[in-house]
Design a protein around this ligand. Structure first.
Ligand code: G3P
Ligand code: CA
Length: 286
């Protein structure tokens, strides 16, 4: 079976991430589903945005958590990319999407589609983020056994093991994904150079979080494992073992044909990609 392909923040290689255009393009590209990062607004709404702050992907500034949904709706979330958006996708100057907006878009896809929700931590709201998500989904008619809402199959992802444990209280095992960070030695070195963190503390934090994540997967506490491409290249035997144990492996963020073929060859079942059309095409050619 070729891997399931999820469009990372929509088809974000083409259109600004987390926009209606990026998500509509993902459906047009034939992606099996989409990945979406969520944060909570000051007034308790779930919104689709990657960063903690507004600065990189909107014309606003400051923290998402310090704004209401109404305030965030005033912002332009697409122009920063410098790519024109066709009128059929809603045109220029898109508004920020709530998770409800995205769910509605996916429910109208006319075919079954996956929605992989990544809960972003650290959140100023702590694990109230997970509570808010579960309350939202229940309101939307989510079935906790199948994890379906209409034709949309919902899965849950987090790098934070505490978030993952909390999600497992409500969501089915096979739909909860422990993400595993790629520890970038360059970034560690830079933090040490700046003296912003003591070496021992930094290594403890990095290795502790990494170890905790790996253990939740090794012990099959979760049904889905989410390593990055580099992690898989560095630890192929460990990832093979996860697959042998019956854990589904969902690798992020796969943007080259070479990586996609390597991962498919290893038996990885799911890939997230900014360029799903390219990856799907390369799979079809095999
Ligand atoms: O699918 C997981 C991947 O999205 C994690 O990285 O930074 O793109 O959210 P990031
Ligand atoms: Ca993400």
């Amino acid at each position: 079976m070729p891997p399931v392909i999820l469009a990372h923040r929509g088809s974000s290689g083409l259109f600004a991430e987390h926009t209606r255009a990026a998500y509509l393009q993902a459906l047009a590209d034939g992606a099996d589903g989409v990945e979406c990062d969520v944060h909570l607004t000051r007034d308790g709404h779930l919104v689709c945005i990657h960063d903690t702050t507004l600065d990189r992907t909107t014309d606003g500034t400051g923290d998402v958590a310090d704004h209401t949904l109404a305030e965030l709706r005033e912002l332009d979330v697409s122009s920063w990319k410098g790519v024109s958006i066709p009128p059929t996708y809603g045109g220029q100057g898109e508004q920020l999407l709530s998770l409800g907006d995205l769910l509605l878009l996916l429910r109208r896809a006319g075919r079954p589609v996956g929605l992989a929700i990544e809960l972003k931590h650290p959140s100023p709201f702590g694990l109230r983020l997970e509570e808010a998500l579960m309350a939202f989904l229940m309101d939307e008619g989510w079935d906790p056994e199948s994890s379906m809402i209409g034709g949309v199959e919902v899965s849950f992802m987090s790098f934070n093991p505490d978030s993952v444990r909390q999600l497992l209280e409500s969501a089915p095992h096979h739909q909860v994904c422990q993400l595993v960070a790629d520890i970038d030695p360059g970034e560690v070195r830079e933090a040490l150079r700046l003296g912003s963190v003591a070496e021992g503390a930094l290594i403890d934090v990095l290795e502790g979080a990494q170890r905790d994540s790996e253990e939740l997967i090794d012990q099959q506490v979760v049904g889905l494992a989410g390593p990055g491409v580099q992690y898989v290249r560095d630890h192929p035997d460990r990832v093979r073992q996860w697959i042998t144990d019956g854990t589904r492996v969902r690798v992020w963020t796969v943007n080259t044909v070479e990586d996609a073929r390597f991962l498919a060859g290893l038996g990885v079942q799911e890939l997230t990609s900014d360029v799903p059309a390219l990856i799907l095409q390369s799979m079809a050619q095999r």
